[in-house]
Write a protein of this length. Structure first.
Length: 94
């Protein structure tokens, strides 16, 4: 029987990222998607993830429902690309 250990992220950034997406985030995200099953960008697709309207790197609130939006993968990729243009520091956070 193999014993699996959770590996500690190596860099400080990776550890910070792991804390940001904790069990609390998983619960908030799951609950938000249940209430918003369709992509909120209006494309008509089923939502696949929850995104922050204002990125955390730009001071957006992590768990505030007013700063969340349910998106499909395609709309999330578009929004992330736009965020990367607006917030140059976004590159360093990922």
């Amino acid at each position: 029987m193999a014993i699996y250990q959770q590996r500690r992220p190596k860099s400080a950034k990776a550890r910070q990222r792991a804390r940001a997406y904790s069990g609390t985030w998983a619960r908030v995200s799951r609950r938000y998607r249940r209430r918003h099953p369709m992509c909120e960008h209006g494309c008509g697709r089923i939502s696949e993830m929850v995104d922050h309207v204002t990125p955390l790197i730009a001071g957006g609130a992590r768990l505030d429902p007013a700063n969340l939006q349910a998106l499909c993968c395609k709309c999330h990729a578009i929004k992330t690309a736009e965020d990367m243009k607006i917030y140059p520091e976004y590159h360093d956070a990922s």
